[in-house]
Structures are given as structure tokens and as C-alpha cells.
Write a protein that binds this ligand. Structure first.
Ligand code: FAD
Ligand code: NAG
Ligand code: NAG
Ligand code: NAG
Ligand code: NAG
Ligand code: NAG
Ligand code: NAG
Ligand code: NAG
Length: 545
């Protein structure tokens, strides 16, 4: 072919792409066709029409925003769904799946909407958002110590429902009451009972699940491999979780919550240093978390670090004080720092919502009681397996001082029950040897967006801090947590080598390879996909290496 011909072809192709791109960037049918499809599959058009929203509906924006938990994404430039469907039963989910596939739309599944990268609410391709907000029934069986919970229910609603029936059973899940059951269990799930009972996914007994063909499966009919994958491998790579069956765990009627603040001037460095050794190996009835804040000292321009140590002890204050006196006297926890309460009240108090023991426990299940204003941030998470030396801690404080106090730094200790699971028991691999998980982020709540010069400076600080921590955190791989999904880790997926950059961080090699094999079996066409979903390759993977 001559050069001129090549150029002609190139120009032709370019024109084609430009005009095609302008009108229809992706090969999908009109959303009218999709909606007709949704309506034609039902015997009650009135009923389904009330559950379908397109941008012409006045409530479209508010339905979309309602569960975009991270306010960073609520802005005009965030790509929105072509259609939102809020099904009230499983048949409507089947119909949504069928019609989306038929008309070339992808699906994003949204339960609680707490996705840190808004993957559940947004996509750069035409998509239907399956919003499970109406599917939130909770059925607690105290006698059998189990609960069936639909995916759209929130953790606070689960805690509240359990507490309405018993105060000696609970479910070991997360801290924030508005996190959705649907996403949470699929990523693993840590919380205040993690040292005693492991992750939430460890306590999932069964599931109701819809595969890419619309079949409804349970543990028995799906087989152990897929059931394994759904508990920590990210359910949204495989299909739609309709409900989880959970094992409820025993808790005492009375638990104790305590809190103390310690600054660097009060030997904070020494105490934090010791915390790293003591807290992960203490009695598994006790979990101590720490939040770090940089503060100016009085009205000077010098900064300090304030460390807010908060603990949950599954027992009474007397025993707790004896335990701390023996293992961690430096913390100087006194009786007046402790408060006895029920387990469900501890979820209120530790939710960081300004709730106290006098707040009615209904607040856990009341979304309008939860303050959302400040939830505008970028988060990253690390696992620490070796205590950071004092010299490292001092360097770390100085690094934190470089930021403008917008940092969010939260530490949860592991150990205890977490030591007993093998890394491959479920896809969630951050087990024996993890001392604590270290969440770090920056908040943009006082900014008009995450793109202001101040916000960008904060993000840059976070990236520098992430780099700074490298020698002190887990390595090969530097472990990351799927529920704290972080697209900075990469989105390459054309080959195993590319995908392993983020995939092995979330799951480690053996689990990631197993997830890829299971994905190839249950969704070979890769219908359920998003930037960090389990990839499908056109070559088979060797079993492990
Ligand atoms: C304020 C806050 C506090 C948090 N606290 C904790 C904590 O204490 N412990 C902890 O482990 N994590 C915590 N997280 C992280 C949380 O577990 C994850 O964000 C989790 O994915 C949220 O689930 P969701 O249903 O609310 O999210 P969604 O945004 O609805 O979904 C998240 C992901 O799961 C997929 N998904 C959702 N529902 C389904 C379904 N039914 N079937 C298949 N896939 C589905 C989505 O497509 C998406 O990929 C917290 C997050 C926030 C924002
Ligand atoms: C169809 O649904 C609407 C709204 O939910 C309801 O009012 C109506 O009674 C239903 N009709 C039939 C025939 O079930
Ligand atoms: C959205 O708008 C369409 C067209 O006006 C209408 O038919 C439909 O009922 C509306 N949906 C809802 C949920 O109000
Ligand atoms: C510790 O400091 C935090 C942050 O300033 C504050 O919210 C909390 O109430 C303090 N806790 C105690 C026990 O003083
Ligand atoms: C700090 O530690 C030193 C030495 O261990 C001790 O003498 C001092 O009393 C401690 N100070 C505080 C405020 O705890
Ligand atoms: C700090 O506050 C004190 C008392 O309020 C005041 O006397 C002092 O001058 C202040 N120092 C500075 C540096 O502003
Ligand atoms: C502030 O820091 C400087 C330098 O480290 C020190 O000289 C000064 O005493 C500090 N001031 C206060 C109030 O701590
Ligand atoms: C939910 O919380 C809001 C705001 O605090 C309150 O006004 C409302 O009464 C609460 N609803 C219930 C049912 O408790």
C-alpha cells in the first residue's frame, strides 16, 4: 500500500471514530429500548415504571446521590448511569440483568454505596445502576444463631435488628452504620470483633446469588469454589449477591468501651511504640484502635500528635483494668475513662458520629441521624507486620506535620483469631503476622471540591506519605484491602503481569490466580466488569507459581 493510501485510510478511520464517538461512543441501544425491555418483562407496567429512573426524571439525581457515600464524587463531571433501577424483588433483578445485556449496557451493583472510588455508582461506559436500596429485609433467628440479610441492608440496620431480639448475640462487622451488607461481606470486612471472631466473611454461612445467566444459586448449587470467591474476592466480579446468611456470635451482656488521649509530650512515641507489640497479642476480648491527629501546641506554631486510643473489651471494667494494668499500664486507663454498655451501644459509641450511650439505639438504623457532611476524602490502607522503630515513628510525626491537619489516620490491631486462618481460607489474605492495619487519608470537607489547589496539595501530601511509609509496611506485595479499593494501585489487566500489580496486593498470588480461574468459569464473557474486577484472559493460567 502506498503512503497516500495509508494516510487516506487513516483519515477515514479518524473521521469515522470522531463522528461515531460524538454521537454514540459505545455500541449500545437507546435507553428507550432498554426501558421498553424492562417494561415488557413484567405483568405490571405501572409497578416497574415507578422503579426506573432516567436523567429526565426529577428524582434521578437525588436517588443517585443518596448512596454515593463519598461526597468527592458528587459533582457534574462524575459519569452517571443511563438508567437506575431500584428493584423490589428478585425477578426485577433478573429482568434488569437480561435487558442490560440485550441492549449492550454494563451493570453497576450498588448496595450501601460506600465504595471509596464510587465504582458502584459510576462508570465511563453506558451502564445501568442496579440500586438495591429497596431490598433490605433482615431475618434474625436467635435459636439457630443465624441471620439472612438482603444485600441492600446496612450494617447499622443489621446491628439494630439483632439487638431487638437478643443482647447476647451479635455479628462481627464494621464500624460505620451506613456501610452496605452487599459490598462489605464481599471484600472481607473487619470491625471491633475482628480479634475475637475474624472477618465478617469468615462468618458468612451461605448466600443467595444471581449469576450472569440470571440463575439464582445458593452455596450448595454454586459449589465451594464460587462460594469461596464471593467471601473476599469482591462479589461484583462474579454476579449479584441477593442476600447473605450470617453466623451470629456470642457476646456478653455488658461490654466496656474506653478512650484516652495521649500527646507526644506525654510520651506518645514510647506508648505508641509499645502499642505495636502489645495490642496485637493481648487477650482477644480486647481491641484497641488509635486515631492520630496533628495539633498545634496551645497557641504556638509548634505541632504535636494527639493519639486517641479507644478500646472495646468484651467484659466488665474491673477485668479490663486488671488486664491493662498487667499488659499496658503506660496507657493509664482509669475507671473514669471506661463506660459499661451493651454491645449494640458500643456500635453507637464507636461509630464516630457523636453518639453516646444516651443516644437511642434506633439511631444505628436511622440514616438521617448519621452525619454525612464530612465524608469527602481520599483513603489508602496499609498493613504493618513489623513494629515501626521509634526513630521511624519520629520521622513519621514530622511527615504528618507537613500536612495541614486534614489527615485521617486510623489504626486497627489484628492478631487473635486472625492468626488462626490460613491466607487461602478465603480470598482475603491479610492474616497471621499482621500487627495492625493503617488507614490514611485526607479530607476535603472544607473545600468546594477535591480539585482545589488546597485539595490537590493534600493529595500530594498523601502520596508522599504513602511513599514515606514504604519501608515500614508489608512488602512483596505491599498488601492492600479490597474494601478500601484504591485505583492508584493500577488498572492494567491485559496480561497477568499487569493485573498482578493490584490483584496480588488485594489477594496475594495464590488467591488471585484462583479467583481468575473461577471468574473464567462463571463469567467467561466478562459481563461483570469494572476497573479492578477479576480479569478474563484468553489464555489459561497455570495453577500456582
Ligand atoms: C465511612 C466508611 C466506613 C467504613 N468502615 C469499614 C469498616 O469498619 N470495616 C470494613 O471492612 N470496611 C469499612 N469500610 C469499607 C466498606 O466495607 C466498603 O466500602 C464496602 O465495599 C462498602 O459496601 P457497600 O455495599 O456500602 O458499597 P457499594 O458502594 O454499594 O459497593 C461496593 C462494591 O461492592 C459491589 N457490590 C455491592 N453490592 C453488591 C451485591 N449485592 N452483589 C455484588 N456486588 C456488590 C459494588 O459493585 C462495588 O464494587 C468503610 C467505608 C466507609 C466509606
Ligand atoms: C400494579 O402496581 C401498582 C403500583 O405498585 C399497584 O397500585 C397496582 O395495584 C398493581 N396492579 C396489579 C394488577 O397488580
Ligand atoms: C420517569 O419519567 C418517565 C417519562 O416521563 C415516566 O414514564 C416514569 O414514570 C418516571 N419514573 C418515575 C420513577 O417517576
Ligand atoms: C480525644 O480527642 C478527640 C479528638 O480531638 C476527641 O474527639 C475525644 O473526645 C477525645 N477523647 C477523650 C477521651 O478525651
Ligand atoms: C515518660 O517516660 C519517662 C521515662 O519512662 C517517665 O519518667 C515519665 O514520667 C513519663 N512521662 C509521662 C507524662 O508519662
Ligand atoms: C498565647 O496565649 C497566652 C494566653 O492566652 C498569651 O499570653 C500569649 O501571648 C500567647 N502567645 C502567642 C505566641 O500568641
Ligand atoms: C517550639 O519548637 C522550638 C524548636 O523545636 C523550640 O525551641 C520551642 O521551645 C518550642 N516551643 C514550645 C512552646 O514548645
Ligand atoms: C431519625 O433521625 C432524625 C435526625 O436525628 C430524627 O429527626 C428522627 O426523629 C429519627 N427517626 C427515628 C425513627 O428515630
Amino acid at each position: 500500500m502506498k503512503i497516500s493510501q495509508l494516510v487516506f485510510l487513516f483519515v477515514l478511520t479518524l473521521c469515522f471514530f470522531v463522528s461515531w464517538g460524538a454521537t454514540h461512543p459505545f455500541n449500545v441501544d437507546d435507553s428507550e429500548d432498554l426501558i421498553s425491555c424492562l417494561q415488557s418483562k413484567t405483568n405490571n407496567v405501572t409497578s416497574i415504571s415507578q422503579l426506573i429512573f432516567t436523567p429526565v426524571n426529577s428524582s434521578f439525581q437525588s436517588i443517585w446521590e443518596a448512596r454515593v457515600n463519598n461526597l468527592r464524587f458528587i459533582k457534574p463531571s462524575t459519569p452517571k448511569p443511563s438508567v437506575i433501577v431500584t428493584p423490589i424483588d428478585e425477578t426485577q433483578i433478573q429482568t434488569t440483568l437480561f435487558c442490560s445485556k440485550k441492549h449492550g449496557y454494563q451493570i453497576r451493583i450498588r448496595s450501601g454505596g460506600h465504595d471509596f472510588e464510587a465504582i458502584s455508582s459510576s462508570a465511563v461506559v453506558p451502564f445501568v445502576m442496579l440500586d438495591l436500596v429497596n431490598m433490605k429485609s433482615i431475618d434474625v433467628d436467635v435459636g439457630k444463631r443465624t441471620a439472612w440479610v438482603q444485600a441492600g441492608a446496612l450494617l447499622g440496620e443489621l446491628y439494630y435488628s439483632i439487638s431487638q431480639k437478643t443482647n447476647t448475640l451479635y455479628f462481627p462487622a464494621g464500624i460505620c452504620p451506613t456501610v452496605g451488607v452487599g459490598g462489605y461481606m464481599g471484600g472481607g470486612g473487619y470491625g471491633t470483633l475482628v480479634r475475637k471472631y475474624g472477618t465478617a466473611a469468615d462468618n458468612v454461612l451461605d448466600v443467595r446469588f444471581m449469576d450472569v445467566n440470571g440463575n439464582i444459586l445458593e452455596r450448595k448449587s454454586m459449589g465451594e469454589d464460587l462460594f469461596w470467591a464471593l467471601r473476599g474476592g469482591g462479589a461484583s466480579s462474579f454476579g449479584i449477591v441477593l442476600a447473605w446468611k450470617l453466623r451470629l456470635v456470642p457476646v456478653p451482656e455488658i461490654v466496656t468501651v474506653f478512650g484516652v488521649n495521649i500527646t507526644l509530650e506525654e510520651n506518645g512515641t514510647d506508648i505508641f511504640y509499645k502499642y505495636q507489640y502489645v495490642a496485637p497479642s493481648m487477650d482477644r476480648d480486647l481491641l484497641i484502635r488509635v486515631q492520630l491527629f496533628s495539633e498545634f501546641i496551645g497557641n504556638t506554631t509548634n505541632k504535636t500528635i494527639k493519639m486517641w486510643f479507644q478500646g472495646l473489651y468484651l467484659g466488665k471494667t474491673d477485668t479490663l483494668l486488671q488486664l491493662l494494668d498487667k499488659d499496658f499500664p503506660e496507657l493509664k486507663v482509669r475507671r473514669e475513662n471506661c463506660e459499661e454498655m451493651s454491645m449494640v451501644q458500643s456500635s453507637l459509641v464507636l461509630a464516630d458520629q457523636g453518639f453516646t450511650t444516651s443516644t437511642p439505639t434506633e439511631a444505628l438504623a436511622n440514616q438521617s441521624a448519621i452525619e454525612r457532611q464530612s465524608w469527602n476524602y481520599k483513603i489508602k490502607l496499609d498493613y504493618v507486620r513489623t513494629p515501626i522503630p521509634k526513630s521511624g515513628l519520629r520521622k513519621m510525626w514530622r511527615k504528618i506535620f507537613e500536612n495541614d491537619q486534614s489527615e485521617m489516620l486510623v489504626i486497627y490491631t489484628f492478631g487473635g483469631k486472625m492468626e488462626e486462618y490460613s491466607e487461602t481460607a478465603i480470598p482475603y489474605p491479610h492474616r497471621a503476622g499482621v500487627l495492625y492495619q493503617f488507614l490514611k487519608g485526607v479530607n476535603f470537607a472544607d473545600q468546594t471540591s477535591d480539585m482545589t489547589p488546597t485539595s490537590l496539595k493534600r493529595v500530594q501530601w498523601l502520596q508522599r506519605f504513602y511513599k514515606f511509609l514504604e519501608p515500614y509496611v508489608s512488602k512483596n506485595p505491599r498488601e492492600a484491602y479490597l474494601n478500601y479499593v484504591d485505583l492508584d494501585l493500577g488498572v492494567g489487566r491485559d496480561t497477568y503481569e499487569e493485573a498482578s500489580v493490584w490483584g496480588e496486593s488485594y489477594w496475594k498470588r495464590e488467591n488471585f490466580k484462583k479467583l481468575i480461574r473461577i471468574k473464567a468459569q462463571v463469567d467467561p464473557e466478562n459481563f461483570f466488569r469494572h476497573p479492578q474486577s477479576i480479569p478474563v484472559f484468553d489464555y489459561p493460567l497455570v495453577s500456582t507459581s
